[in-house]
Design a protein around this ligand. Structure first.
Ligand SMILES: *Cc1c(COP(=O)(O)O)cnc(C)c1O
Length: 416
């Protein structure tokens, strides 16, 4: 036995000396999902990571405190700055994304707020593509302004308009890809190039794609954000969010998170890490189910239009096909000649998908954006955001595609 093997850092409670098995370039995605970020030998010799229910971490003596402050010993200090289970999940997410650094938050929105608050100051400007999660838009337009930050929206995928909107005060270009709920797909290299050329950071909210389907960092994007509540957690049982990027650019982000305190409890981190073990398997099924449901709907006489980047009729099919490994489980569609009530009748007639907001979990979900997210908006505002009365958004879970299609079929026929 070598010396390294002899000195196993596994005394229960000794979390400071475990060396995580970092991802190696030759590691495949599925292998990284199971193993990356974890110590090979864990406290208590357990195969799973323990849940440390600690709000604070003790020091043996004053010299240990001083060593820690002088950064001689990486270790935990206080729960708001991190906990061991959270670090495992952050390393795993960074490995999956191909990013140097991941900072975990208590929700996707906390991640967005945390990143923007860390990066923007009064007088700065941000520009974003207008198809996006309604709360992200609300934060930018309603709240950043209170801190003296100006936000501009330009039409999604209008790169010339985005570039033209840049001024010397512009600090960040923001987009989702694919967008929610229209599934428009951004040409990431073009988007990143505008930022690089003009010296402005770029951010992609890739929640709908996940690192399995899309690689924004490899395309040159500075920051990637995910609502881990969706596919990363994957089981509709937790909220979390993550921002990823280079060590250098993420440093102020991590520092502000330690002050904001939008952190996950140790149990939540464990659940997220556990969900990630099956990430590739789940994504493969979500991709298959999304494609099959989209194809079924595209061929159905009661459907006016299907938004799904894997369909050749989708306006962004070519760029999606070139840049995405799969197209995800989210399918948006319009019911032909249906008012909002007839559309709601289709939703009320399905038996498998549950009526709920959110997406990306093992259970299929279905919703009418008009009712679920835009009910209190004026018809003009809805029209401006491309939210139609006859629009349905379905998040395909990991059930059998045959059952989902049979269910949609009976709902469309019965509600006719
Ligand atoms: C859900 C979602 C968010 C917000 O994430 P939470 O975890 O719900 O806070 C942000 N962006 C997109 C694209 C989302 O779907």
């Amino acid at each position: 036995m070598s010396h390294a093997q002899m000195t196993r850092p596994t005394a229960p409670g000794d979390i400071s000396s475990v060396s995580p098995s970092l991802p190696t370039p030759e590691q495949q995605f599925a292998t990284a999902a199971v193993h990356a970020g974890e110590a090979r030998q864990k406290p208590g010799d357990a195969i799973t990571d323990p849940i440390f229910c600690a709000s604070t971490y003790t020091f043996a003596d004053t010299q240990s405190v001083i060593d820690f402050i002088e950064q001689e010993q990486p270790r935990e200090e206080y729960g708001r700055y991190g906990n061991p289970g959270e670090r495992v999940v952050e390393r795993k997410l960074a490995a999956l994304e191909g990013a140097e650094e991941a900072v975990l938050y208590s929700s996707g929105m906390a991640a967005l707020v945390g990143l923007l608050m860390a990066k923007l100051s009064a007088g700065d400007e941000v520009i974003f593509f207008d198809e996006c999660y309604h709360r992200s838009r609300e934060f930018c337009t309603k709240h950043l302004g209170r801190f003296g930050v100006t936000t501009r929206q330009v039409k999604t995928c209008d790169y010339a308009a985005m570039e033209a909107a840049i001024t010397p005060k512009t600090r960040m270009l923001i987009s989702e890809s694919p967008t929610n709920p229209h599934l428009s797909v951004v040409d990431l290299e073009r988007f990143a190039e505008i930022g690089r050329k003009r010296g402005v950071d770029t951010l992609i909210d890739a929640t709908l794609a996940t690192p399995y389907n899309l690689r924004p960092i490899a395309a040159g994007v500075d920051f990637v954000l995910h609502s881990a509540t969706k596919y990363l957690g994957g089981h509709n049982d937790l909220l979390a969010g993550v921002v990823l990027g280079s060590k250098e650019k993420m440093e102020p982000v991590r520092n502000l998170r330690g002050i904001m305190g939008a952190v996950n409890g140790p149990q939540n981190c464990y659940l997220l890490g556990r969900g990630l073990k099956t990430f590739e398997l789940r994504m493969q099924r979500h991709n298959e189910n999304g494609m099959m449901v989209a194809e079924f709907l595209a061929g159905h006489p009661r459907i006016e239009r299907v938004y799904y980047p894997g369909l050749p009729t989708h306006p962004y099919y070519e760029i999606a096909r070139k840049t995405m490994r799969g197209f995800g489980g989210l399918v948006t569609f319009l019911v032909k000649d249906a008012d909002w009530r007839a559309t709601a009748d289709v939703i009320d007639a399905v038996k498998i998908p549950r009526i709920a907001p959110s997406l990306g979990g093992v259970e299929s979900l279905i919703e009418q954006p008009l009712v679920m997210s835009y009910y209190q908006q004026t018809p003009e505002a809805r029209k401006q955001f491309g939210i139609y009365d006859n629009m349905i958004r379905m998040s395909c879970g990991i059930e059998s595609a045959d059952d989902l299609i049979a269910d949609l079929s009976q709902a469309l026929d019965g509600a006719a």
